[in-house]
Write a protein that binds this ligand. Structure first.
Ligand code: GAF
Length: 393
């Protein structure tokens, strides 16, 4: 079965260290850091509406190893899977008259964006190697894990005085300005602040997070990668964000976090059907996330699973960010006894589903998906993991 063996952080560091020595010489790296990808359990497309989200950090991580050099030059090599052929970039650190700008290869924009937004000075030149076990384009935040890992690497070269939330915001800004994706704060936040054995309930308005225990050995969180990615992703994300802002303005609210279904009904005559349905998803999803958090605390997995399926249906019908492959995966796994709930996770239009199920139902669930899904899924059995950290070499 297409079970993805998650490499350990030590294995990733070893490989990155070897590549560093081969590429940059014998001295080898002196710094190693990592930052995780994430899976969102519920609360989808609510972060940029100042709503609630409930993600957890994954054991899938991006590792950066590197060393300081004299001068102002930066060399970065990636051994991760990337879309372009070019796996190495060399450039000078930015100055006030010569800032870094986004360009090609696109994977390097995340690195450049983080450097350009980094506020502590003076940054020395460095040579670094990146390696990641977070699948690219799988909706598990490969880009946020790269940004946060790189930021953590820069902190070792030249410490800053930002707190963890400001660090997440700086990485989010890098994504806005260098990758052109107007994302919310969820991915970077949980990549910085994720907690072992806990999901994080993040209030995207106050930017405060509450850890929610999630370490029941009778329970499994199964991620299934559809291994499809539809090209709509980027443009549709921005459109959804605009539609939400438009809905909030029509309702006279600062954000949809402040709106209720009653507000929406009262304004129905003045809102077009698409905007109405987008707002409906967000308002209900924020409520579902609060309810799901209560259910998780009470270990009421049946209720949690029910809310996951409602979330998926709403993302499919109201928010229209699912796709046939994700719907097929959810429908297939929900036929298996012992499965509590399943839904698409992340931005949508491909990527992964997340399923909550009894530990003894996992093999049956994977088998059933393999029989029913008309594609090549990959499975990850995951546990909530730590956020960004410095590693020993
Ligand atoms: C992407 C974004 F980066 C997040 O901020 C979030 O909006 C998510 O899609 C949808 O919930 O991962």
């Amino acid at each position: 079965m297409a079970n993805y063996p998650i490499p350990t952080v030590e294995q990733l560091v070893d490989k990155a260290r070897r590549v560093h020595v081969e590429t940059f010489g014998e001295k080898g790296p002196t710094i190693a850091v990592c930052a995780p990808g994430r899976v969102n359990l519920i609360g989808e497309h609510t972060d940029y509406n100042e709503g609630l989200v409930l993600p957890m950090a994954l054991p899938l991580v991006t590792v950066v190893v590197g060393s300081q050099i004299s001068g102002k030059n930066v060399s970065v090599l990636t051994v991760s899977e990337v879309l372009e052929e070019s796996k190495r970039v060399d450039f000078d650190l930015p100055t006030s008259t010569a800032p870094l700008l986004p360009g090609k290869p696109s994977w390097a924009n995340y690195v450049k964006g983080v450097i350009q937004n980094y506020r502590a000075h003076p940054l020395p030149g460095f040579q670094a190697v990146i390696i990641s076990s977070v699948p690219l384009g799988g909706g598990l935040s490969s880009s946020a894990s790269l940004e946060v890992a790189f930021y953590t690497f820069l902190q070792q070269l030249c410490p800053d005085d930002l707190d963890d939330v400001a660090k997440a915001m700086s990485c989010q800004k890098a994504e806005h300005t260098f990758a052109g994706v107007p994302c919310g704060i969820m991915d970077q936040y949980v990549s910085v602040l994720g907690r072992e054995a806990h999901a994080l309930l993040i209030d995207c308005r106050s930017l405060e997070a509450t850890p929610v225990p999630l370490a029941d050995p009778s329970l499994v969180i199964l991620i299934t990668n559809s291994n499809v990615r539809h090209s709509l992703t980027g443009s549709e994300y921005s459109t959804r964000r605009q539609q939400c802002e438009e809905a909030a303005t029509l309702l006279g609210k600062n954000s949809l976090r402040d709106a209720t279904l009653e507000d929406l009904e009262a304004a129905r005559g003045g809102i077009n059907d698409v905007t109405y349905r987008r707002a409906c998803h967000v308002i209900e999803e924020i409520k579902r996330t609060a309810q799901a958090t209560v259910a998780l605390r009470q270990e009421d997995y049946k209720q949690f699973g029910k809310l996951m399926v409602e979330s998926h249906n709403s993302l499919r019908d109201q928010y229209e960010v699912s796709c046939k492959e994700l719907d097929d995966l959810v429908n297939a796994v929900m036929e298996v006894t012992g499965v509590y709930g399943s839904r698409m996770t992340g931005g949508g239009f491909g990527g992964c589903t997340v399923t909550l199920l009894q530990a003894d139902a996992v093999n049956q669930a994977k088998q059933h998906i393999m029989e029913r899904y008309n594609g090549h899924p990959t499975f990850y059995i995951t546990t909530p993991s730590k956020g960004a950290r410095v590693l020993s070499l």
